[in-house]
Structure formats: C-alpha cells, structure tokens
Design a protein around this ligand. Structure first.
Ligand SMILES: Cc1cc2nc3c(=O)[nH]c(=O)nc-3n(C[C@H](O)[C@H](O)[C@H](O)COP(=O)(O)OP(=O)(O)OC[C@H]3O[C@@H](n4cnc5c(N)ncnc54)[C@H](O)[C@@H]3O)c2cc1C
Length: 384
C-alpha cells in the first residue's frame, strides 16, 4: 500500500556539515563582537543590521535564482543555515517572513516586475514582509475573510481589517489575502493576493499587546486603500491555491520546533550543577524528540527541493513541533521548580522560562491551530 504520509531519512553529506560549521563560526564571531547577545525570546529579536549582514553572506533568499538576487543553493542548504541560526538564538526576525514565505510566493506566482522589485531587496536583508491572512472572525476558517478588494480604474480599492498581524508595525510590506469576488460553492473561489506597501494612505496599524506584555502583533485597518493593478499576485480569484502553497513554507521549518530550544539547552547546562536521574531521563527524552523533529523537517526540505508541496507532512511537523516547544517550558518548571530557580545566579534561564511559559499557548495557534492541522492530517489518511 502506498503510504499517505512520507518522510525520508537523509544522511547529512559532508558539504552540509561544512556549511553548518560556517554558520556556527559566523555566529561565534558576531557574539564575541557583542553584535548579538542571548535573549529570553530566543530567535525572535529584530535586528536589521544583522539581517543585512546575513544578506551580505548570501544566507537570505538562498534558493532563489541569481537573477533575482538569490544564490541558487539547495533547500537542504537553506535548512541547515536557518536551523543553526535559530538554535543559536540569532536575531533573524526582521527578514524572517520575507525569506521564508513572501519571497518564495512572489517567485512562484508574482509578476516579473514584482520579482525584480522585491526579491533582490529581500535577499540583501533590506525589505521585510508580514502576513495579512487572519481577520477577527476568520482565522481557522480562512475562506470566510471579509476584507474586500473591489475593482477600480487602474487598480483595486481595499476595505476591511486584518488581525494578529505579526510585526506589521516594523516591516515594509504585507501579502494581503482579500475577497475579490463571490465565494462560490466551495467558498474558496473569489479570493486573491496582493502585495501592499504598508505606508500607503488609508492604512492604520493598531497595536495588540500579548500576554508577555509585548507589542508583537497588530490590527491592520484598510480604509479605501488604492492598490494599482501591478500589486496583484498571480491570478485574480485563485488566491486559495496560492495561500495554501504558502502555508507549507510557514508550517514545516525549524522555526516551528525551536522557539524554546534555548530553554532546553539551559536545562542541559543546569543539569551539571543539579544532577538527578529524573532530570537526566526527562531531558534525554526531549533531546530524542528534538532529533525526530529535525529529521522530519529536514525531509520536508528535501521534498521542497524536488518541487513537491508536502501539505500533510508540513501539518504533522508543525503539530508535533509546537507540542514539543510547549512541553519544554512545562517540563523545565517541573524539573527546576521555583524554589530551586531562586538559587540560579544567571537570570537568563529564569527570564527565558518566564517568557516561554507566557508565550507557549501561541505556538499551537499561530500558523494554523493544532485542531486544524490534525483535521488536514486526518483527511489525508482518509479518516474524515
Ligand atoms: C502569536 C501569533 C501570531 C500570529 N501572526 C499572524 C500573522 O502574522 N498573520 C496572520 O494572518 N495571522 C496571524 N495569527 C493568527 C493565527 O493564524 C490565527 O490565530 C489562527 O489561525 C487561529 O484562528 P483564530 O484565532 O481566529 O481562532 P479560531 O479559528 O476562532 O479558533 C478557535 C479555536 O477553535 C478551534 N477550531 C476552529 N475551527 C475548528 C474546526 N473546524 N475543527 C476543530 N476545531 C476548530 C481552533 O483550533 C481553536 O482552538 C497569529 C496568531 C498568533 C497567536
């Protein structure tokens, strides 16, 4: 029987190991020079200077054609670079969305003009994007979006609002998902994507403060915003196929299981001074899960390299991965209870654990909630 879900084991060839070492050496130089320092947020810090430094090294837009500023490296090479940067807690957030999904979307569906306009700037670490999909009443049920783009002479007029838009207040551009026609029977017709300059007149970005007290995401309101025709991505009315392709990039990478990696490495360090059999075996269990996540995610990079669209495998990696990210702070609190943590001299572990505890519920919501991902997996297995 042909299995519905396929993962392959890849042995990491020598050239990838060499690249891994290059990234480690680069991070070490940056750390020693004080240009990057450990943060309780892990890799979630924004640092345009660091993004530009990565751009100079050719580590953004790695897989894109050279004619658009890319470097024609493989998806596996990109995987290795991103995994190492995230594990090191490097501040990659500024260019993250553009590199991970907006650039690949424009490369696949964008016009020649859009590719030439945006991809080289993204690859240099200078142009940043956010995702304008969710709305107040349309998260899981994305097809029910109400933000409308209506045809006007020479372009489109947009009205509506997007919700939970991470980083909209810090980036230049948004990929907007909007309704441009009737829903049709499937409800997935009549939706389209646009590339939007967030400084356009009629756009208001309102902060939403999250549980950690940070201003990280926003509501973005569109009031009669005019988008010229050349902002349309792909084909009007066929946005559903485009948006689901984009979600594969959003769901499968190491950012979906390394958000609390720094808490795990903190536990490994603490084990030296506070050894116990229980701590050792619980931490070993987590490290085993980490390795399985790595293998599955690496396998998806291999499928992307072959031009496949592994929706189901990506859903599985994100569901297991976010559960892993959430389990780390919970297990850390059990293994190193509050009274013990008061003895710790470095504040970073405690701060990281505090941040991870407060942020953890979001891991299994952002990028598609766990129930929705399990629905996708069940459908592909023929169980629903
Ligand atoms: C930290 C963070 C950052 C985010 N950043 C962005 C961003 O940059 N851009 C963007 O567009 N969006 C962003 N989002 C939004 C995110 O994609 C949505 O929150 C998510 O898709 C869930 O939608 P919702 O919040 O409307 O919840 P709902 O869809 O209302 O779901 C509520 C609950 O009901 C469950 N549920 C819903 N439908 C079903 C069903 N059919 N079967 C079973 N259970 C169901 C869900 O699993 C969930 O537990 C972000 C969210 C978070 C938390």
């Amino acid at each position: 029987m042909d299995p519905k879900i396929k993962f392959s084991i890849y042995d990491e060839p020598g050239e990838l190991r060499a690249l891994r070492q290059q990234v480690r050496d680069f991070v070490k130089v940056e750390q020693d020079a004080g240009r990057i320092s450990p943060s309780p947020n892990g890799y979630a810090e924004i640092d345009p200077q660091f993004s530009r430094a990565l751009g100079e090294r050719g580590w953004i837009g790695m897989t894109w054609p050279k004619q658009y500023g890319g470097h024609e490296r493989s998806a596996l090479e990109r995987f290795v670079v991103t995994e190492e940067l995230l594990a090191a807690g490097a501040p990659v957030r500024a260019h993250w969305i553009a590199d991970r999904q907006s650039g690949p979307l424009l490369l696949k569906f964008g016009t020649e003009g859009q590719r030439r306009e945006y991809l080289p700037r993204i690859a240099r670490g200078e142009c940043y994007f956010c995702i304008g999909m969710s709305e107040a009443d349309s998260g899981s049920d994305l097809a029910s979006i109400r933000t409308k783009a209506e045809k006007a002479p020479g372009g489109w007029r947009v009205n509506g609002s997007k919700m939970w838009t991470s980083n909209a207040h810090r980036v230049h551009m948004m990929i907007l998902f909007a309704r441009t026609g009737p829903r049709g029977e499937s409800r997935r017709e009549g939706v389209s994507q646009f590339v939007v300059d967030l400084s356009a007149p009629g756009i208001t970005i309102r902060p939403i403060v999250n549980l950690t007290g940070e201003h990280d995401f926003n509501e973005v309101i569109f009031e009669d915003v005019f988008l010229p025709d050349d902002c349309v991505i792909g084909t009007i009315g066929e946005g559903w196929k485009q948006v689901t392709d984009e979600l594969v990039y959003e769901r499968s990478g190491p950012d979906r299981w390394l958000s609390t990696y720094h808490v795990l490495t903190g536990m490994v360090e603490k084990l030296q001074d506070y050894p116990s059999d229980r701590r050792r075996s619980e931490i070993a269990r987590l490290v085993t899960r980490l390795w399985a996540q790595h293998q599955m995610s690496f396998s998806i990079a291999g499928m992307l390299e072959k031009g496949q669209v592994p929706n189901t495998e990506a859903a599985l990696v994100k569901d297991l991965g976010t559960r892993f990210e959430q389990d780390i702070p919970q297990i850390a609190r059990e293994l190193f209870p509050q009274e013990l943590r008061l003895e710790f001299e470095d504040e970073l572990f405690n701060e990281s654990l505090r941040f991870a505890t407060l942020y953890a519920p979001a891991y299994s919501i952002r990028g598609g909630s766990k129930e929705i991902l399990r629905g996708i997996i069940a459908r592909s297995l023929g169980l629903r």
